[in-house]
Design a protein around this ligand. Structure first.
Ligand SMILES: [Zn+2]
Length: 280
């Protein structure tokens, strides 16, 4: 995953900037202990620091160290070749990114239901590239949590304000949901979303126009869902294909879902990559 090296350096710089900022403001501070690529660098809970594994003891199943130990070793990701985007006045819609490169993409949706505390540490330590399609009120209420994942290398994208189905709604209503969330997410995380996922995957031609007008380059459906540690294929191949987009949610079993997605990508001979490196 060499493509993420620069991003990780940027993340460290961002982290340092956040630390300075958090020391200067009355807002919630990030609880960060240290920065080292092979050690846990982030923690949502300052009272429960994770400890590095002893070389003589196996990590307890279900612990953060155990999850990290279960992550397969992937082939090096190829240098990303961004997919051309025609200037059509509407956002591209894709189930699967049209690429032959041996990569697949992990996406995590919503944000309001559950936020397992060790996810940021897991993403950081295992170098997992993730795209988060967030509802803006959940992002605002739990901004520290999602900011920790951004520092770990994740990218925040747009999933509307209210998680309502957009298909059949007026342009103004759809634009309000998409642009309203984009404005809030940009204010919270300092980057305007460039990707959009419609709630329930339900969209129409108006959605693609409104998404474009709100700054989205592409609208993504998905090719696999992952829930409670099980991958469900939505395509006939029943194996992860190059360019596939795996969908999971911020739910209680997210650690298991991330691990299941990584194992499925590895079984297919692919490497996880960051969607934003391919849609620019
Ligand atoms: Zn959703």
């Amino acid at each position: 995953m060499s493509a993420t090296s620069a991003r990780r350096i940027l993340a460290v710089v961002t982290l340092l900037a956040l630390l300075v900022l958090s020391a200067c403001t009355a807002g919630p501070a990030l609880h960060v202990r240290r920065i080292a690529t092979d050690q846990p660098a982030l923690s949502a809970s300052p009272t429960a620091p994770s400890t590095p594994p002893s070389p003589t003891t196996k990590p307890a199943p279900g612990s953060l160290d155990w999850y990290v130990s279960q992550v397969p070793t992937f082939p090096e990701a190829p240098p990303p070749q961004p997919v051309p985007l025609p200037a059509t006045g509407v956002a591209q819609f894709w189930h699967r990114l049209p690429t032959d490169q041996k990569v697949a993409f992990i996406t995590i949706d919503d944000g309001g239901l559950a936020r397992p505390p060790e996810v940021a540490d897991f993403i950081w330590r295992a170098h997992i590239p993730v795209t988060m399609f967030l509802n803006s009120p959940a992002a605002e209420e739990h901004d520290v949590y999602f900011r920790q994942i951004v520092v770990a290398g994740g990218v925040v994208e747009n999933h509307t304000i209210t998680h309502t189905s957009l298909a059949g709604r007026s342009y103004d209503r759809q634009r309000h949901e998409i642009c309203g969330a984009a404005d809030k997410l940009e204010a919270l995380f300092g980057k305007r979303p460039t990707l959009f996922r419609p709630p329930f995957g339900e969209h129409d031609a108006t959605t693609l126009r409104a998404a474009h007008d709100c700054g989205a380059k592409a609208v993504f459906h998905w090719t696999e869902t992952v829930h409670e540690g099980k991958v469900r294929y939505q395509t006939p191949e029943k194996v992860v294909q190059p360019g596939d987009v795996l969908l999971m949610h911020f739910r209680p079993a997210l650690m298991d879902d991330l691990l299941a997605a990584l194992k499925a990508i590895h079984r297919a001979g692919l490497t996880p990559a960051l969607l934003e490196d391919y849609v620019r």
